[in-house]
Ligand binder design. Structure first.
Ligand SMILES: NC(=O)C1=CN([C@@H]2O[C@H](COP(=O)(O)OP(=O)(O)OC[C@H]3O[C@@H](n4cnc5c(N)ncnc54)[C@H](OP(=O)(O)O)[C@@H]3O)[C@@H](O)[C@H]2O)[C@H](O)CC1
Ligand SMILES: [K+]
Length: 500
């Protein structure tokens, strides 16, 4: 399991943990610096490393790193951004160690940052104690570092980033854009959602050898196959299409046939036995590109026994609302996306019907759809994605997949999982339809709603990651290209599970 801890929880652990945590933090970070330099075939004495040290204990970590690197022969320059507040004894000791080392202390200067050929920068300006937006010299130093092209290792959290929400602390704040972050004591949700992935880079967790018994029970986790592989089902020879469930995609208002087609094709390639495209408007005769999909007029289709994926191109006309009402009342497993969510946000009767359901229900809003459902603004949703997803899950008693960088999956019981796969290639029309169809296919194959959501989001992202690695993005990836890549990723997971 990969737990995520809030800043408050980290503070609790920090307070109860014995020993010199700052020295352990410095040791872990210095080791990572040497690894990063070695990756560039740089020997210690060849490397020019800038260490930025702030006024608090994050700065104390930085002093400890500087002393260790200097003792190891690295050419270290320290810029110390002092403060007016009192410092801690461990920070004072770390400063003394740095002063006693060969590290060179110079005045903090954005110009010196810009004009020197650094091999690596260590960001120890601010950590989880940052309480207000960066401004003045601190902001200028951050801007100068962000303009560099060398590796930047953030200590604990990138300076300026909120460790809980992944937002840049504002208003009007700024934050370090690190290539790597070594985070101490425990991983933090803000490194993996909202702006977190853009600012943290590759995250390494260093527990500082703290006794696991000192940690609280985690309710937040990072998504990974271990959370859902037990539901992967290698296929028995003695099976037939009925063994793998039916998916009914409810959508396709006039002029919007593409969305249900993408959802249907995704459901088919993710293993559903039968897939029906149920059109709110006049049905297509067939999807010529995928004749396996069965096209029907929604009002004539009995979806009993099927998992419904409601929303792709559904539109918000009164006829669409009636179709959704019928689906909600049928109390069959349901995924609601796109216009189904927009109808739920504006129609109190539909919203009540949703909350009255007992069958598996998954909602897959993007931030604006979530804002509508929560009757709030998109800025509020994005300022605390975890709170928004958790609140919507509790309000609707459904599993909520709040899409975006670091998709947040929330259960009504408070469980939260943040997904680490995916990339900007997914920011294109139709990828939501693909995710909806994929998730519906797993539900149709008997997956519990929670694990179906976790697996679908993870597979959707890993498919995009592999397509980008093959050069097919992130610019210009088309949603339909995800579908075969998802199928490969799913079958690879099944094969690996079968070998265990
Ligand atoms: N304590 C331990 O044993 C360990 C701590 N770890 C590291 O410590 C940081 C958290 O340290 P903390 O001192 O709580 O906070 P920071 O270093 O993040 O910085 C807070 C100081 O910065 C000042 N501040 C806050 N906002 C601003 C700002 N916008 N501009 C300038 N200065 C700012 C603040 O002063 P106040 O006026 O707000 O009081 C503080 O002086 C943690 O992240 C770890 O890196 C070790 O990892 C583990 C052991
Ligand atoms: K930092």
């Amino acid at each position: 399991m990969k737990p995520l801890y809030s800043v408050a929880q980290i503070r609790e652990v920090e307070r109860s943990a014995p020993g010199d945590l700052m020295a352990r933090a410095g040791e872990a970070a210095a080791r990572l610096v040497l690894e990063l330099l070695a990756l560039r075939a740089l020997r210690a004495h060849e490397a020019k490393v800038l260490v930025l040290a702030g006024p608090g204990n994050n700065g104390g970590d930085a002093f400890d790193v500087a002393a260790r690197l200097a003792h190891g022969g690295v050419r270290v320059t320290v810029m110390h951004l002092g403060g007016s507040g009192a410092t801690s004894p461990e920070r004072d000791r770390a400063l003394q160690r740095a002063r006693a080392s060969a590290a060179a202390f110079i005045e903090p200067s954005p110009q010196d940052i810009a004009e020197t050929a650094w091999h690596l920068v260590v960001d120890g300006l601010f950590g989880i104690g940052l309480g207000r937006p960066l401004a003045g010299l601190a902001a200028a130093l951050v801007a100068a570092v962000n303009a560099l092209t060398c590796s930047v290792l953030a200590l604990d959290v990138p300076s300026g980033l909120d460790g809980d929400t992944g937002c840049v602390i504002g208003p009007g704040g700024t934050a370090i854009e690190a290539t790597h972050t070594v985070t101490f004591i425990g991983d933090k949700p803000g490194l993996h959602t909202a702006d977190g992935r853009d600012h943290a880079g590759a995250v390494t967790v260093s527990a500082l050898a703290i006794d696991p018994a000192l940690y609280p029970t985690a309710t937040l986790h990072l998504n990974e196959p271990a959370l859902f592989v037990s539901h992967l089902q290698p296929r028995r020879h003695n099976s037939h299409k009925g063994s793998f469930g039916n998916v009914a995609v409810l959508g396709g208002a006039p002029g919007m046939a593409g969305a249900p087609i993408l959802a249907g094709r995704a459901a088919l390639h993710a293993g559903a036995g039968r897939v029906y495209l149920c059109f709110a408007g006049p049905p297509l005769a067939l999807d010529a590109g995928q004749p396996e999909l069965m096209c029907r007029a929604a009002q004539d289709f009995d979806a009993a026994g099927a998992v419904t994926v409601a929303g792709p191109g559904l539109g918000t006309a009164p006829a669409a609302a009636l179709l959704l009402a019928r689906t909600l009342a049928a109390d069959q497993p349901l995924l609601a996306d796109a216009d189904a969510l927009n109808l739920l946000a504006t129609d109190a009767a539909l919203h009540a019907a949703l909350a009255a359901r007992t069958a598996a229900t998954i909602l897959t809003p993007h931030p604006l759809e979530a804002a509508r459902l929560l009757a709030t603004g998109i800025g509020t949703v994005q300022s605390d994605r975890i709170a928004a997803a958790r609140g919507l899950a509790q309000q609707t008693r459904a599993i909520v997949v709040l899409k975006g960088s670091g998709t947040v999956i929330a259960a009504p019981d408070g469980r939260i999982v943040i997904n680490p796969t995916g990339n900007p290639a997914l920011a294109t029309a139709g990828t939501g339809d693909v995710l909806a169809g994929l998730t519906g296919a797993l539900l149709a194959q008997g997956w519990p709603a929670w694990e179906a959501a976790l697996a679908a989001v993870w597979l959707h992202g890993i498919a995009a990651d592999e397509l980008v690695e093959d050069g097919a993005g992130p610019i210009g990836l088309a949603a339909g290209e995800l579908i075969p890549a998802i199928r490969v990723a799913l079958n690879r997971l099944v094969a690996a599970q079968a070998r265990r």
